[in-house]
Design a binder for this molecule. Structure first.
Ligand code: NDP
Length: 500
């Protein structure tokens, strides 16, 4: 008997991973399943390829990465269509995702030399007879494990920066989006055909686990907090450094002097884009009492207009069928504890879709406020003032992004959010800003992709000192005399002993 799977559930057939559309069940891709030996072989091949790639230098890599960027831009419709078919994401959302990813490829390629290349740094008086040099050298092979919700933007946030820094990359896409992952490495191979610098291995979680244990020199993981802990444990066995981009429960704060129309528009998009399956999506809103009712009215009016469906709709299907139960549980729990649905609600979950749902006055200890929902739902709670909003926003172990709407205090409030990023008078904008680092605190992970920090994440600092003169005060030699040591004591007091 053949098992019946919900559309979108990946299945393994004859040693192949088959991904299907969550909306229609149509096959999207059929990729060879990697064994642990295949993973080890991919990493071995990448090691040789990485040496060649590193040897190209910043200029050679920049030229090739920019050629790949151009290819991605020219074929954006083709890739958007594949993202749509495989994950269910509306084509328009896919276009925005790919555009943002292309911007990161461009910036990483153009800035790697400036940020990572060899440079002189200042020496200090204590070792004035030495010059100091710094550069960031590639690790070698970086393993990238990615999620399904942004199958282009998220893995490239690590891979493009790792490649620009001179590493080879072995990529394990999510089992829900292997075809998109393969498309990325295939197109890269079109512009870099010489060696397997960027390759993919496919399979379920065990293939990701094998990649952690394969001898990669660094592992960049993006996914849930629970899986991040398993990845760290596996990497700990070989002291493999890890970068963790994990889940979130981002809050938006609406202050009393906010432009409520702009806030409602950004809130609806930030919460419901990609059917709410966004790590930095707005899941909770804290609006101050004087503007609460007006704000909720504007959100409901806008969210109520959105269309739900497979084609040309604002909100597509839930990509991972199993997530429907989580979303249903969060809505039911919020309502059972006294929250009210002002849009959607108990009957919003209609597989494979979830209709926009806005819940108000939801107890702060309910699952809908505390756990990642990953659906087109939103809680909006009233607070006395911005201080209470900040306290509530900061009350969870997660700390990824966040948003603040307001005028006078907005930036100050954004700075007080316990998160890696915040957007003032917009939502999610920081993700597309390639000059800024991206990453979380607490249960949302550590390390940074994007920007200068994102480039440095994929290079080992290499520090070199060079003697340029004889030491006047010999310290690091057994040839020093008691008189030299006495002079060292005197010099220490002179240089550092002053009272402030
Ligand atoms: P998962 O944690 O379920 O999976 C992430 C990746 O890890 C997948 O490729 C998965 O493979 C793989 N994996 C599963 N088990 C293991 C294991 N034991 N060892 C190594 N790898 C393993 O997350 P989702 O794919 O469901 O993605 C959604 C999550 O990602 C959300 O929490 C979201 O917030 C977060 N996310 C964070 C972002 C950020 O930048 N901070 C950006 C985007 C998403 P397989 O799919 O085959 O199981």
């Amino acid at each position: 008997m053949t098992a019946v799977h919900a559309p979108g559930t990946p299945v393994v057939e004859d040693g192949r991973l088959v991904s299907t559309s969550p909306a229609t069940g149509a096959e999207a891709g059929r990729l060879p399943l990697a064994t642990p030996t295949d993973v080890a072989r991919a990493v071995d091949r990448a090691r040789g390829a990485g040496q060649w790639w590193a040897g190209l230098g910043f200029g050679g890599r920049r030229e090739r990465l920019l050629r790949w960027r151009s290819l991605l831009a020219r074929r954006i419709e083709e890739l958007a269509e594949l993202v749509h078919t495989e994950g269910g994401k509306p084509v328009a959302d896919a276009v925005v995702e790919i555009l943002t990813a292309i911007e990161h490829v461009d910036w990483a390629a153009r800035n790697a030399r400036r940020v990572l290349g060899p440079r002189r740094v200042r020496s200090r008086l204590i070792l004035a007879e030495f010059s100091a040099h710094l550069e960031y050298q590639p690790y070698g092979v970086v393993g990238v494990i990615g999620p399904w919700n942004y199958p282009v933007f998220t893995p490239l946030g690590s891979a493009a920066y790792a490649l620009a820094a001179g590493n080879a990359v072995v990529f394990k896409p999510s089992e829900y989006t292997p075809a998109v992952g393969q498309w990325l490495v295939d197109t890269f191979a079109e512009v870099v055909p010489e060696h397997p610098v960027f390759t993919a291995v496919h399979g379920l979680g065990d293939v990701g686990a094998a990649l952690c244990r394969s001898g990669v020199d660094k592992l960049a993981f993006t996914g849930s907090t629970a899986t991040a802990k398993k990845v760290m444990a596996a990497c700990a066995e070989s002291l493999t450094p890890v970068l963790v981009e994990a889940g979130g429960k981002d809050a938006m704060i609406v202050d009393s002097d906010a432009d409520l129309d702009a806030a409602a528009e950004a809130c609806v998009w930030g919460a419901l884009t990609n059917a709410g399956q966004t790590c930095i999506g707005i899941e909770r809103v804290y609006a101050v009492e004087p503007v609460f009712d007006a704000f909720v009215g504007k959100v409901v009016e806008r969210a109520g207009r959105l269309t739900v469906g497979a084609e040309a709709a604002d909100i597509g299907p839930i990509t991972m069928p199993g997530q429907l139960d989580v979303i249903r549980r969060h809505i039911d729990d919020a309502l059972a504890r006294g929250g009210r649905a002002v849009l959607g609600g108990a009957d919003a979950v209609r597989p494979p879709y979830v209709h926009p749902t806005v819940l108000v006055d939801v107890p702060e200890d309910s699952a809908a406020v505390r756990e990642e929902t990953f659906g087109p739902t939103l809680t909006v709670n009233r607070v006395r003032d911005a201080d209470e909003a900040v306290a509530r926003a900061n009350a969870l172990p997660y700390g990824l992004g966040g948003s603040v709407f307001g005028r006078r205090r907005a930036v100050a409030i954004a700075r007080r959010l316990r998160s890696g990023m915040a957007a003032v008078n917009s939502t999610l904008a920081f993700a597309g800003m390639s000059t800024l680092p991206f990453g979380g605190v607490g249960d949302s992970g550590f390390g940074r992709i994007h920007g200068e920090d994102g480039l440095r994440e994929f290079g080992r600092a290499k520090a070199v000192t060079r003697r340029r003169a004889r030491s006047l005060l010999p310290a690091m030699t057994f040839e020093r005399t008691p008189a030299d040591v006495a002079r060292l004591v005197k010099a220490t007091k002179l240089m550092y002993g002053r009272r402030h």
